[in-house]
Design a protein around this ligand. Structure first.
Ligand SMILES: [Mn+2]
Length: 172
């Protein structure tokens, strides 16, 4: 597809199998056995049960790949404030090699279980998230069930954000 190394494949670290330290070790070993072309594509994402942001960052330090920050997972499997986690994850991306940091955004489905992703974007929650992230620049992947509908609402809303306005200005 002739994509450069800023095109990423996001994965979770995986299971814990009763021993997190050993599982991390195995993850690192397997990673080192991969071809370089694949290693440069991978990013790890904090999940909502097993590996939080701090644990992903520890792994990231060992194998030099970025951590993709999932906001909703962080709210469930917490390791500090959103702002702090965002800053640490953003630093794990090398702009030249990895491109602009990417994050996953969604919120809880109020009618579902606490791990259930929302059907539609909650603009109040999105507004609070944007307010906590003002000093960072990143791409947002929406993990929301009604997809384009929420994406259009999010873009319309984010048009008030200077970072988005600057992006559009940079296109012409
Ligand atoms: Mn995610």
């Amino acid at each position: 597809m002739e994509l450069d190394t800023s095109s990423k494949i996001q994965i979770h670290v995986g299971g814990v199998y009763g021993d997190k330290k050993k599982s991390i070790q195995r993850f690192v070993e397997r990673f080192h056995n991969l071809e370089n072309s694949l290693r440069r594509r991978l990013v790890i994402e904090n999940d909502d049960i097993s590996y939080n942001v701090n644990e992903c960052l520890q792994i990231s330090k060992q194998i030099q790949i970025p951590v993709l920050f999932d906001v909703f997972h962080h709210q469930i499997n917490n390791s500090g404030s959103i702002k702090e986690a965002l800053e640490l994850c953003a630093k794990s991306w090398d702009l030249e090699r990895d491109g602009i940091p990417m994050i996953d955004y969604s919120s809880r489905n109020p009618a579902g279980s606490r791990r259930n992703h929302a059907d539609s974007i909650d603009l109040e929650d999105f507004k609070c998230f944007l307010a906590q992230s003002l000093q960072f620049d990143f791409d947002i992947m929406l993990e929301i069930k009604d997809k384009e509908k929420s994406a259009i609402n999010a873009i319309n809303f984010a048009m008030r954000d200077l970072r988005v306005q600057e992006f559009f200005e940079s296109l012409c």
